[in-house]
Design a protein around this ligand. Structure first.
Ligand SMILES: [Fe+2]
Length: 161
């Protein structure tokens, strides 16, 4: 059974982010298939590709959130860090051919991707779209540009009064 099939339910309505999510699903699907086939080389290749793409994707989102001064940046970053830690923890086990560990990692990724994309990424995307409307700007046009100098530090969540 395929657990990593991208569908419109995963859309966050930011073209670049949706394209990167599709790629994450595609690689995870390949990883799942390789694990099911117990194909050691393919498992390693897909695992490494997933880790590299996830890191690049997380960095994009983190840049994007900072560039629009997203107030829930810290909460979102925490979720990325949870996935980073889990990948780091499981990678050596999966690489050494522990298929049970690979199954556990896939189970984690399935739930994490679903929850993170359908709530956390959608909230971020809604904020980005509102920011773009309010400021007549486009994240895609600014993609990779240096962050505004005045942001310097990471955006902070406003204290609750
Ligand atoms: Fe995210």
């Amino acid at each position: 059974m395929r657990h990593f099939k991208w569908s419109e339910e995963n859309e966050v309505f930011l073209a670049q982010i949706d394209a990167e999510h599709r790629e994450l699903f595609r690689i995870a699907d390949g990883l799942q298939q390789a694990v099911a086939d117990k194909a050691a080389t393919a498992v390693k290749q897909h695992l490494h590709a997933f880790i590299a793409h996830a890191e690049e994707h997380f960095s994009h989102e983190e840049w994007l959130m900072q560039s629009v001064r997203y107030s829930s940046y810290g909460w979102h970053l925490q979720q990325h860090n949870t996935a980073r830690r889990r990948l780091k923890l499981f990678a050596p086990l999966v690489e050494s051919g522990e298929y049970e560990a690979a199954e556990l990692l896939l189970e984690f990724l399935e739930g994490w991707l679903r929850d993170h994309i359908t709530l956390t990424d959608r909230m971020m995307a809604a904020h980005v779209r509102n920011y773009e409307r309010a400021n007549a700007t486009s994240a895609l046009e600014r993609w990779g540009a240096p962050l505004p100098a005045e942001t310097g530090a990471l955006p902070r969540t406003r204290p609750v009064l």
